[in-house]
Design a protein. Sequence first.
Length: 242
Amino acid sequence: PKNSDLERVVTYFIKVMDPIVENEYVLVYTHTNLSSSNRPSLPWIKKLYGIFIRKYRKNLKQLYLVQPTFWIRTLLACLKPFVSHKFWNKLIYITDVSQLYKYMSISQLKLPEKIVQSMQANKHATNQNLVFGVSLDEVLRLDSHQGLDIQVPLIVQDTVNALVKSGLKIEGLFRMSGNYARIEQIKKLYDSGKPVNLDDEKDPHVVASLLKSYLRELPDPLFTSKLYNEFVESFDENDPQK
């Protein structure tokens, strides 16, 4: 799109949102039907982030990112050095519309029919063995369909077992990243339902990065968003019992 069109979008967004962001608010972004012909550039998005004043960032309670593509995930990774760490606690990836309505009722958010249809079409077109970016419940359900009677996702068991065998004495484990191309290759194997033997992986940093990537891409974090405030409130520096 032309920059002038994007500027009009921002102007309209600010006009609508300015009264709302005076208080806490929730934002749902549907990443549907975005292509190379209509997606904004990275410099423009960085500029956009700088435009929004503090109340937009501070009063944002939750941001639901619906059906994020590889492009938007990569974009967010590039923006990480420029964005406050508090933002990432507010971000939740949503892969399916049914997940969205676990956080809010249909009456609170009525998505346009075209968006719902597009989301459903994308869901059917997606491989049913997806592991990354899928809820824990869904991953465990897929594992059970493969005859596995486990309470922890197979990807977690595989990575932890491989690290216990050969990675615990490696300096910088979980701090240093593994080879990106190799990590993506293994992720595709898991997502396609193909067998993976991480014991043969020579670089423990790849295995550690694989585990970090899986946990980072969970639609709802292990310390669930619903309980986030309770986790924060439970920590009291002045109370040695907590």
